[in-house]
Design a protein around this ligand. Sequence first.
Ligand code: SAM
Length: 274
Amino acid sequence: MNEILKELKNILIENNIDKNEAAAEVDFILKYLLNIKYEDIILQKKINNKIFDKAYKIVKKRAFTKKPLMQILGFTIFMNNKFKVSKDTLIPRVETELLIRTCENLISQNSKVLEIGCGSGIISIMLNKIKNCKVDSCDISIEALKIAKLNSKNLQTNVNFFYSDLFKNVNSKYDLIVSNPPYIPLTLKNYLQEEVKNFEPHIALFTNDNLGVEYYQKIIKNAFNYLLPGGFVAFELGINQAELVKKIFIKNNYKNIQTFNDLNNIARVIIAQI
Ligand SMILES: C[S@@+](CC[C@H](N)C(=O)[O-])C[C@H]1O[C@@H](n2cnc3c(N)ncnc32)[C@H](O)[C@@H]1O
């Protein structure tokens, strides 16, 4: 077993994939092929030739194309739930759990929530699942919306997904508007990992301004018209964006602005209230 893991891992490492990432990816592939729960560890499970061949093919594809593993497999595990992903959806990132956990504390079962930019639907689906509240959720990508709807159906949640360019098709008011918007300036594209810049949807990643705050600005400015009294806006933040976004909230007269740090002590979530 150890030899097999090592052999598969080395194919990835030899093709410039970071060694921790390589170990995690081989573990993920084998758990999938062996049908082992993702939270369990692979102990002495027997890997027959058929499983090895399948794992080998996936590893080769990952190593030689640099396509993200989750796009090759077509799914990811996020907060212990299986979500379908595709070339049209951002691959869910662990940071986003902090945004969901923060939002959980701002709402109740009676709350109305709007998400802008749902992608695969992780935020809306998890909030609906955990709080059983009403969630409307939009995206500008028709293909991402198809995946989000499928995920909602598979996880037996009840989210109203719809097409909208930011607030254009929104005509209700909410207790919480949440978004993990695109926040990487297009000028930084060449500094990104190949996996990200060559395979993830650019509409999910990039902004046209130099600071990556274009979407925060647009959402903060317009959210006033779509929030119920005392309503909140909650965002995931890019690294080093907390102060910039805080200033935009202040300029637009929001109050009770708070940031939340991730395990590396980086501010990754910001909330504010009208
Ligand atoms: C960073 S991704 C977040 C996806 C998902 N919410 C998550 O956390 O994994 C940003 C999302 O915003 C969507 N988006 C980009 N521009 C938009 C716009 N003008 N209106 C609505 N959604 C937009 C993208 O299609 C993408 O799905």
